[in-house]
Design a protein around this ligand. Structure first.
Ligand code: 5GP
Ligand code: ZN
Length: 112
């Protein structure tokens, strides 16, 4: 499958790893939009939030259970934002489910 994030998981494209276990991979965004900008992705290929269902969504709970640890290990101490862009109107550019962790500074009050 020609998926950028599947290639990052496989190590075919290098990335700066923040966390990894059997279910997920977390790495620093190549074009950070905050002092700390990490992407957390499931190791299974799910195209977006819109591709979630009762059969494949358990990994989302696992990812959210781990996000506080990932954020803390990355040095975030005063809060963070978790975002998942889904589909064209949200400007999703990589079609592999991912959660942005943004922190390390006061973020904009606006989300869109
Ligand atoms: P989206 O726009 O789909 O919500 O987010 C995709 C994110 O992936 C963007 O923030 C973009 O900077 C990041 N990204 C795209 N290609 C690469 C890459 O090759 N390596 C890393 N580390 N991040 C990438
Ligand atoms: Zn993928």
């Amino acid at each position: 499958m020609d998926c950028l994030f599947c290639k990052i998981i496989a190590g075919e494209i290098p990335s700066k790893k923040a966390y990894e276990d059997d279910d997920m991979f977390a790495f620093y965004d190549i074009n950070p939009q905050a002092p700390v900008h990490i992407l957390v992705i499931p190791k299974t290929h799910i195209p977006s939030v819109d591709g979630l269902n009762a059969e494949n969504s358990a990994v989302v709970g696992k990812i959210f259970a781990k996000i506080p640890e990932i954020a803390k290990a990355a040095g975030i101490t005063n809060g963070y934002r978790v975002i998942s862009n889904c589909g064209d109107d949200a400007c999703q550019s990589v079609k592999h489910l991912h959660f942005h962790i943004l922190g390390g500074a006061q973020l904009s009050e606006k989300m869109a």
